[in-house]
Design a protein. Sequence first.
Lengths: 215, 432
Amino acid sequence: MDKEKKIKAKIAEIAAQRYVRNERFTYKSAARQMGIETSEVRKHFGTRASMLSYFYDSRIYLYQEHAEQLDAYNDFTLSEKLSDFLLFLFDEFGQHQQFVLKTYKRFVIKNEKATNFEVLFKDQVKKIFESDGQISAPSSLILSTAFYSSVYYKFHAFYHFWSSDESEHQQQTMALIDKWSSFVEEIFYTKIVEKGADLGKFLLYNSPLKKILHK
Amino acid sequence: MNDFPSTKYQRGKIFAKTGIEVGKKYAWHYLKSLANGHNNRADLHKKTAEEVFGQFTKLKGTALKIAQSFSMDQGFLPDEFSEVMTQAQYRVPPINRALVRSIIKRELGSQPEQLFQEFETEAMAAASIGQVHKARLKDGRQAAVKIQYPGVRDTISSDLALARILMKRIVTGGSDIDPYLEEVKTTLLRETDYIAEGETINRFHKRFSSDDLITPEWIPELSTNRVLSMTFIEGVHLDEFLASQPSQQQINHFGQLFWDFFHNQVRQKGEVHADTHPGNFLFTPDGKLGVIDYGCVKTFPQEFFNDYLSLLPVHLERDEQKIINLYKRLDVLKAGPESNKKETTYLEFCKNYGYTFAMPYLEDRFDFGDKEYRELIRGYTKNAPITNEPRGNKHFIYTTRVHLGLYHFLMRLGAEISTKKSKEIVFDVLNK
C-alpha cells in the first residue's frame, strides 16, 4: 500500500466515524480530526461520497497488505485464502459496524455501474483462484468472469447474514464463511472429473466394441 | 474444516443416516444369527461403531463427547465403540489457519504475531470442541493456546436432541437415557466456557503442583471465553513413553504418581479431574506426571461420593446384603435379587465386577501388568449381561470414566503399585 493510499484510507476511516455521528459532516471536521489541512482532504476526494465509498475500496488494499505480510500466506490452501480474505473484510466491517450497516447498500450494492470495490473484490478473488496450484484442470474451466461475479454476489449474501448475526463476536458468520470456503475448496480440488475423463479415455481405446469393430 | 454440518437439518440428516445404518446392521445380524444359531456380536459392534463414529466426527465435539461419556464402560454401549471412538477423536477435522488467526484477532484484539513471540498456526492437538496451538509468550515461556470452533456452543442443544434419537436406537427397551443426556449437556456447556476452565486450571495448580506433579498455569491476559492460554508442559504421552522402552522402575514410578494423584483427589473431596483419557497425561523428562486439560472436572454430591467409595470396603468384605443395599442406593439394582431373574443377573455381575475392581486393594502392592487381571477386566466389559440398558446414578458416567480410565491407563503402562496408603485414604475419608 503506497503512502497516498494509506492517507486516503485513514481519511476514509475518519469520514466513516464522523458520518455515523453526523451524516452531514464537513471536510473541515474530518481534516481537523486527521490533523491535516482541509485542502489536502479536497485534493484526495472531490466529494464526500467518494470519501465514504473509498472506505470500502481501502479495505481491499488493507487486505492485500495483510496478505503480503503474512509469511505463511503462500502455503495457504484455497479455502484458507478465501476465508482469510472474507474474514478480514468482515473483521474490518465489524470495527466500523454502524457505518457499514448504514452505507453498504448505498455504496456497494445499489450502484448501476460496477463500483471500485466490486472491481477490486473480483480481482482479489481471481488472484486467489489463479495462483492456486492445486486446482484440478477440469475444475479450472469453471473460472470465468461469471464465476467471480457469483462469488461477489455470494459476498452480499454473507453481508446479510453478518448484518443480522446476533451471536457474540459474530461467530456464526465466521463459521458460515469457514464452511463455505471449505465447500468451494472441495469442489475445486476434486479429482472426480479428471478421473472420469481418464476412465472414459481408457474405455474408448480399450472397449470390446472397438476390438470387434476392428476385426 | 471440511465437514462441519451447519444447520440442524443437516445434522439431523447425519443422525438419521447413522440411525438407519445402525438399524440395518442389526437387522442383518439378527437374521444371520437366526440362520446360524450363534451370536457373534463383537464383529457387528465394531462395524456399527465405525459407521456411527464416521458420522459422529462430522458433528465435531458434541456428539463425540456424548459418545465418549456413554462409552467408557457404562455397561450399555458395547466395548468396541470406545475403541473406534478413541481413534475418532484424532480425526476431527482441524480449524483452518486463516480461521485460527481470525479467532485470535477477534477474541484477543490483535494478530497472533503481535500477541506472542511465536505462534504455530498448525495445531499440535485436537480438543473435542477446538484445538490446541503451541506458542511462545513475550516473556519467553512456552504456552499452549486452546481455540474453540466458532458457534460450537450454539449447536450443543440441537446436537443433543438429535443424539437422543440415535441413542434410543442403540439403547434397548424403554430405558430412560434423558438424565444422562442432561448430565452430558451440563458438562459440555461448561466445557465451552474457557474462563471457567482457566479458573479450574488455577485451582488444580494450587492443589496439586508439587515435586511429583506438574499442572499448567492459566494466562488470563491471553484468554477469553473461547481462547484459553496456559503454560506449556513438555512431555510425552503414554504410547510414546512406552515406545521409548522405559525400565520397570520408571514405569512403576509414573504409575504410582498416577495412582496417588487419583487418591489425593479423593482425600481432598473436592473437584475431580473427570477425563482420565491417556491424552490428558504427560510423562515429563524430569520424572514428573503432567496433568492437562481441565475442561471436564466434577464435584460429586457428598452422599453419592460416599456411597461410591463405600463400594470398596463392601466388596472387600463380600457381605451380600450390604452389597445389595449399596447397589440399590446407587440405582444399579432396581429391586432385590429375589424379585426376578434380571435383577439376579445384575447382582451377580456387580458382585464379581466390583470385587475385581477392589482386587488391587487386597494386598499392599498390586501389579497392573498382570495379564490375567487385564483379561478379567476386559472380560467383564465385553461380556456384561447388561449391555444396552442404562442403570445407576447419573454421576456414574464420570466416576466409572475416571476409575476405569485409571485402571486402563495403569494396565497399559504395566505398572506395579503400592496401594497400602491409598486404601487408608479411602477408609479415612469414609470414617470422617
